[in-house]
Design a protein around this ligand. Structure first.
Ligand SMILES: [Zn+2]
Length: 71
């Protein structure tokens, strides 16, 4: 699951509880698998192809994956 705001914004990765992004933003608990104009982050089931991953989430996910490979 991924989190996304408006259609041309970066998307985010979710924490395990799916209530916040890795970079700490609150996510609305709804799934919208289509482009929307909203300032609120919402969930999408597929990684958006028309935008890039948030830098904060990218850095944190790299750290998580490196640290969890043996767990
Ligand atoms: Zn992020």
């Amino acid at each position: 699951m991924f989190a996304k705001g408006s259609s041309n914004a970066d998307y985010h990765l979710l924490r395990a509880d799916e209530e916040q992004t890795l970079c700490g933003r609150i996510v609305a608990p709804i799934i919208i698998d289509q482009p929307v104009k909203s300032s609120h982050l919402h969930l999408t089931t597929a990684a958006p192809v028309d935008c890039s991953l948030c830098e904060g989430c990218a850095a944190l996910s790299a750290r998580v994956m490196a640290g969890s490979s043996s767990a």
